[in-house]
Design a protein around this ligand. Structure first.
Ligand SMILES: Cc1cc2nc3c(=O)[nH]c(=O)nc-3n(C[C@H](O)[C@H](O)[C@H](O)COP(=O)(O)OP(=O)(O)OC[C@H]3O[C@@H](n4cnc5c(N)ncnc54)[C@H](O)[C@@H]3O)c2cc1C
Length: 398
């Protein structure tokens, strides 16, 4: 399905990650918008590419979320898939919440993309501007201009990995430092190392450290700035339904909503199962663990790195540093969206995030999902359940 440059589309989804891909399926499969009038704009050649890269870099074995959080329409589709001849041989679940293995989730996601030909709706390119045009919108992209009645912004955080200041300086000085979520980082292509330090204290850091230690036992250190915070989920399950969301929606002060979101997130946390595995591997001396703040870093004469710490040991040396320090908290999108916010007069709260209505409408014909929908959907907005929650709201989009 080639890009339509001049005819009017019904929907352009900007961003083809988990959110954009699921919502293209919802728009065409459940809400019956014609497939040839929906496009998903994303710089990557295939659906879910950043998700695939990031989760492969981490080396996660099981999803953190439950079996009803996936890309298909029916919440029980993944469970049913597990009972088919194709799915049965791969299906593996972990308790609590019957969480699918990452491999099984991936297989199911690829089947959904293939079965519903979701890749055919993609346009490979990057949005660079957004303008109103009569009743609709013009989306300027690196693949030409798209005319559409409606735009859905499905921009995740994957393009803004968080690089602490000392790590930027180290990188600029040519030090061997990478971020787990950098676009060009491939964990499985790392050359051999003598001592690797993984920096971070959350689930991705612990899983990445375990994966590297599995490859080279006894050569990896996890360096965290806090002791392990053990939580099954990244926020309490009450945030997925009325238990907490009812009060959240009654709160009309968006600064307070932001405070509630920040307070609800178990940032830098690890589920008990991953923590148990971590403890076991540390006690077998296959992995070292230190809790300290990094106060500075220098590149040594032989290209290695020395990290200065505020606790004992006061220094660590390594020939590989891998950051698992999450994402920058600022509104995703970057310069082109900042300019659109300005020129279109789009309303934002003090935190910079969109002020949207119940249907996730930011302006006539302009909708959001993922982190951009946080002030309406709450702390789980950026997770897979957030895409599923967004789909219910978008059903009422004009
Ligand atoms: C390692 C890891 C494990 C996770 N595990 C779970 C889990 O088990 N369960 C769960 O519910 N959640 C999980 N999450 C959280 C969340 O579900 C994922 O981060 C998910 O990938 C978010 O999807 P997204 O589509 O919002 O964002 P992204 O994956 O960031 O996709 C957005 C896409 O938009 C594109 N884009 C950006 N700017 C433009 C532009 N200008 N024009 C066009 N395209 C653009 C990007 O290149 C990208 O392809 C996990 C996250 C990570 C990082």
């Amino acid at each position: 399905m080639p890009p339509i440059k001049n005819s009017m589309l019904d929907w352009v989804i900007i961003g083809g990650g988990v959110h954009g891909t699921h919502l293209s399926h919802v728009l065409t499969g459940r809400l019956r918008w014609p497939r040839d009038r929906v496009r998903v704009l994303d710089p990557h050649p295939v659906s879910l590419m950043r998700w695939d890269q990031m989760t492969a870099n981490v080396g996660m074995r099981f999803m953190r979320s439950s079996f009803v959080h996936h890309l298909d329409l029916d919440p029980f589709a993944l469970k049913r898939f597990a009972q088919t001849p194709e799915g049965a041989s791969l299906a593996q679940f972990a308790y609590p919440y019957k969480r699918p293995s990452h491999a099984f989730f991936q297989h199911h996601a690829q089947c959904v993309v293939r079965q519903y030909r979701l890749d055919e709706m993609r346009v490979q390119g990057r949005a660079s501007g957004l303008r109103r045009s009569g009743e609709g919108w013009l989306v300027e992209t690196t693949a030409g201009t798209l005319r559409t009645q409606r735009v859905l912004l499905a921009l995740g955080l994957s393009e803004q990995p968080c690089w602490p200041g000392w790590a930027r300086a180290l990188r600029d000085a040519g030090g061997p430092v990478h971020h787990l979520f950098d676009e060009d980082f491939r964990r499985d292509q790392l050359p051999a190392w003598r001592h690797a330090i993984v920096v971070g204290g959350g689930i991705s850091a612990v899983q990445a450290a375990l994966t590297l230690a599995e490859r080279e036992p006894g050569t990896v250190t996890l360096l965290a700035r806090h002791e392990s915070r053990v939580h099954q989920l990244d926020s309490e399950p009450g945030w997925m339904g009325p238990k907490y969301l009812s009060a959240f929606h009654l709160q009309h002060n968006l600064v307070r909503r932001r405070t509630a979101i920040d307070g609800a997130r178990h940032r830098g946390s690890v589920p008990p199962g991953v923590q148990r595995r971590f403890r076991h591997v540390v006690s077998a001396s296959h992995l070292a663990h230190h809790v300290a703040e990094i106060t500075g870093a220098t590149v040594g004469p032989l290209g290695g790195v020395q990290l200065r710490l505020d606790a004992s040991p006061s220094r660590l040396t390594a020939d590989l540093v891998v950051l698992a320090t999450g994402f920058e908290a600022q509104r995703p999108g970057g310069a082109w969206l900042d300019e659109s916010v300005e020129s279109l007069g789009l309303r934002c709260s003090a935190c910079g995030y969109p002020i949207v209505d119940r249907t996730l409408r930011w302006a006539d014909g302009l909708y959001v999902t993922g982190p951009l929908a946080e002030l309406e959907l709450g702390p789980v907005a950026r997770n897979i359940i957030g895409a599923r929650m967004a789909s219910k709201r978008l059903a009422h989009a004009a």
